[in-house]
Design a protein around this ligand. Sequence first.
Ligand SMILES: *[C@@H]1O[C@H](CO)[C@@H](O)[C@H](O)[C@H]1NC(C)=O
Ligand SMILES: *[C@@H]1O[C@H](CO)[C@@H](O)[C@H](O)[C@H]1NC(C)=O
Ligand SMILES: *[C@@H]1O[C@H](CO)[C@@H](O)[C@H](O)[C@H]1NC(C)=O
Ligand SMILES: *[C@@H]1O[C@H](CO)[C@@H](O)[C@H](O)[C@H]1NC(C)=O
Ligand SMILES: *[C@@H]1O[C@H](CO)[C@@H](O)[C@H](O)[C@H]1NC(C)=O
Length: 455
Amino acid sequence: MSVCFVFVILSTFVVAALADTPANCTYEDVAGKWIISEGERGHDKTLNCSGFAGLAASTLTVDLYFPDIAVDSVENIGFWTIIYNQGFEIQINGRKYFAFSMFKQSGKNITSYCNETLPGWAHDDSDRDWACYTAQKATAVPAKQHTVSYLDMEIRFTYNRNNRLFIHQINKIQKSWTATEYKQFEKMPMESLIRMAGGQKSRVLSIPKPAPVSKEVLEAVSDLPDAFDWRDFNGINYVSSIRNQGGCGSCYAFASMAMNEARIRIMTNNTQQPVLSPQDIVECSEYSQGCSGGFPYLISGKYAEDFGLVEEKCNPYKGIDGSCSTDHSCGKQYSTKYQYIGGFYGACNEPLMRLNLVKYGPIAVGFQVYQDFMAYKGGIYHHTFLDDKFNPFELTNHAVLVVGYGADPSSGEKFWIVKNSWGNSWGEKGFFRIRRGNDECAIESMAVQSFPILS
Ligand SMILES: *[C@@H]1O[C@H](CO)[C@@H](O)[C@H](O)[C@H]1NC(C)=O
Ligand SMILES: *[C@@H]1O[C@H](CO)[C@@H](O)[C@H](O)[C@H]1NC(C)=O
Ligand SMILES: *[C@@H]1O[C@H](CO)[C@@H](O)[C@H](O)[C@H]1NC(C)=O
Ligand SMILES: *[C@@H]1O[C@H](CO)[C@@H](O)[C@H](O)[C@H]1NC(C)=O
Ligand SMILES: *[C@@H]1O[C@H](CO)[C@@H](O)[C@H](O)[C@H]1NC(C)=O
């Protein structure tokens, strides 16, 4: 699965697909020795790296060690993380390097070259001194091939129109949550389904299991409340309104804006309540793929740190791709210290998520969306595995915002409270609850946070 979230609208269901680039490069593919060829420095952030041909003004050799340690040839120590299966970021010697992994696409055939990167962006920690770069791995990584099949998707979507039996079965075999039909999605034309499905270029990957929980973390969580909800913290709501991403794979942008909005409210005791623009991300961010997907790490974090977010009025939501039309006179809302919870991709776990949630505010997560999830109406969701029986739907990835947690008073079943971006009429007034503590649908494997900078 790749991450983000193309939101494919089914006739009956909204499907979130993560799209992104089609590259499929895992931790094992990326760890090792890299040679970074960096172009001329001294540019500002308007530098366009897309045509960078690898003409190096300097080279840097960096070893990427387990689990997140980067060491250069003069023994500077920094750190690194992969971003899902899409690329990797290195922070070392006062500079940050981020690039997507290399891939080539020929029709439906995708080849990932995990030993090379696409042109990426390097800059110093103060964001003033930019350069383009490419990186090559010193050791061989076999090219990897996979295919995408749009035709398969079309067949599945057709098959799923008005699948009442499926919904009936979900409600019959378990009592934890209820499923319903969403009539509002039936009007979506098939062409837009296919167009959106086209964004789902990669579906992949074994996700890291949540990291082991240390003794210190266990002690710290024992002080946390049994239930917590940023929508009602001492009677006050810090979570901005539910929005609707529509048929654009922009869930990653909505989750990212929602995290920054909530954290600004928390930091300012609700005296500032900006609504931030996901359309700016869809149109203007080169760290994501518009309506074809992206990742909260790169948006709520890296884009917000490097370029800043703008308010909704500076680029109101259209839900389609387009060239960057953001009003450039608008002020920017920056963030900093973005990270995967635990420090790097693969370090996340449930107690760490709760600690960060309570201490700093809502956190963006990715999780695997199976078809039964689309029909969620209320209760504590867990995957029923009925999809396999009714149709072999490909799992996808969706980005959302965790705003709280709790446990059912009668059954004791633990849950997360999560803000979705499928409108108010979906789920529990736009929110959903999902099983907590067992990495349900990988929701405890890739949480991200960043910290707004108040102006
Ligand atoms: C960078 O250049 C490419 C073409 O080389 C263009 O498609 C893209 O829009 C440019 N990006 C920006 C931010 O100007
Ligand atoms: C895709 O790969 C298959 C098998 O490797 C090959 O037969 C086919 O020609 C390729 N298609 C394209 C468009 O490259
Ligand atoms: C990366 O690997 C491919 C084969 O998998 C090879 O053709 C290519 O030369 C390698 N690139 C570098 C920079 O070593
Ligand atoms: C992505 O790579 C992993 C590990 O190399 C592999 O298990 C998985 O099947 C790949 N996914 C696709 C879609 O090729
Ligand atoms: C935060 O806002 C509430 C409600 O407006 C107010 O009662 C409270 O005193 C404020 N707290 C601080 C620390 O300003």
